[in-house]
Design a protein around this ligand. Structure first.
Ligand code: PLP
Length: 409
């Protein structure tokens, strides 16, 4: 892989920084910063509405990014690409809009390794709200869970049983805690065989590995720009066109309409029907630049680089006494995410002592409380790598962990 380190200004402004929190959010290359800056300096206007050159230019850039996203995930049409704030908003869009098609006792199959973003929106369809009265799924959908094994894999032994009555499978392609890469292609085939749809949470996978919606044959895919070198506040929902055509709007207002009367309205075509209001234009342009950057480096190369890091990292962790890495023994493919626990040390203390050495890791439940509960933990410290990390970063982390242990003995 080419030397990308100089492309990231943060490593110049903060020399010595060991950034190991990319699963939460990634650092930005100059190309992404410049794309947003240039847009504001040279081409800024609202999109879709103006009949003047500047607005046309802004629209061209915004729609150009949509095409960049389409190609990146191999969607059939830009009609299938909806810009949202991030993976969380994407799943809420699907739960709100596709959720209206679910009926009482329809089963939504999740896994125990889901991020809260792929749990809580579904709970709204399953639990009656005292404010709203009956839930939208006409009396309550049912949540069911694919178990996670001790080693950190999905337990698919009883998948056929689990799929009975399922209308939607909603699973992560890559766990933000265990790093486990799930075989969503297999799950898509299984889901479709029982007439269910499948939503893939690509918040962790899309930034790190090639993801092709045709190959996966998924019905829905969501991801966030900020985890893949892009800006915050921009993300993507991919939905197969034939499904989108059956869905009611998510939010209502300007841009998503064709015509408005005092008491009624008709909807704009796809994907605009699902993009109410002024979108995050600069964010979408920044995301387009991030994708161009990632493709320039090469998604296969990024994945290979991270595979080297995960092998190296697990080997280094394995010789540390009193340190447990969740999902270290997973048999599935795995990304370079190390959520770990040190005997007798609170994860927040781990995070603070590492921070004193300019090593940035996250401590907490990483928005995956049911998963932590499964492992009998409340929290872990998590080091997560990306294309700019090296084996030396892992060496520094391991030395830092030894210091943490010395401090607490
Ligand atoms: N899904 C997974 C697996 C994640 O790791 C995250 C964020 O950490 C999300 C969803 C939510 O992403 P965002 O906060 O960008 O909406």
């Amino acid at each position: 892989m080419k030397n990308i380190f100089p492309d990231f200004p943060i490593f110049k402004t903060n020399p010595g920084l060991i950034y190991l929190d990319s699963a939460a959010s990634a650092q930005k290359p100059q190309a992404v910063i410049d794309a947003e800056k240039n847009f504001y300096e040279t081409s800024y206007a609202n999109v879709h509405r103006g009949i003047y050159a500047l607005s046309e230019k802004a629209t061209e850039l915004y729609e150009g990014s949509r095409e960049t996203v389409r190609k990146f995930i191999n969607a059939k049409s830009t009609k299938e690409i909806i810009f949202v704030r991030g993976a969380t908003e994407g799943i809420n869009l699907i739960a709100h809009s596709f959720g209206q098609q679910l009926r009482k006792d329809d089963v939504i199959l999740l896994s125990e390794m889901e991020h809260h973003a792929n749990i809580v929106p579904w709970q709204a369809l399953a639990t009656p709200s005292p404010l709203r009265g009956a839930p939208p799924a006409a009396g309550g959908a049912v949540l069911r869970w694919i178990p996670v094994t001790e080693s950190g894999d999905l337990d698919l032994t009883n998948i056929d049983e689990l799929l009975k009555g399922v209308k939607l499978v909603a699973v992560t392609q890559m766990s933000n805690v265990l790093g486990t890469v799930n075989d969503v292609q297999f799950l898509a085939d299984k889901a479709h065989a029982v007439g269910a749809k499948i939503l893939v949470d690509g918040a962790q996978s899309v930034p790190h590995m090639p993801v092709d919606v045709q190959k996966l044959n998924c019905d829905f895919l969501v991801f966030s720009g900020h985890k893949m070198l892009g800006p915050t506040g921009i993300g993507v929902v991919y939905i197969k066109q034939e499904i989108l055509e059956t869905m009611e709007p998510y939010q209502r207002g300007g841009n998503m309409i064709l015509e408005v009367k005092k008491n009624s309205a008709t909807w704009n075509g796809l994907p605009y029907k699902f993009e109410a209001g002024t979108p995050n234009i600069a964010g979408a342009i920044g995301l387009g630049a991030a994708i161009d950057y990632l493709q320039d480096v090469g998604m296969e190369k990024i994945w290979e680089h991270e595979q080297d890091l995960v092998k190296y990292g697990l080997a280094q962790f394995s010789v540390l006494k009193g340190v447990r890495v969740l999902g270290a023994d997973a048999t599935s493919a795995r990304s370079a995410i190390f959520a770990f626990d040190i005997d007798g040390v609170h994860p927040h203390d781990i995070g603070s002592i590492l921070d004193q050495q300019n090593i940035a890791v996250r401590a907490g439940h990483h928005c995956a409380q049911p998963l932590h509960e499964k492992f009998g933990l409340v929290a872990t410290a998590r080091a997560s790598c990306y294309l700019y990390n090296t084996k030396e970063d892992i060496d520094v982390l391991v030395a830092g962990i030894k210091k943490v242990q010395e401090t607490f003995t």
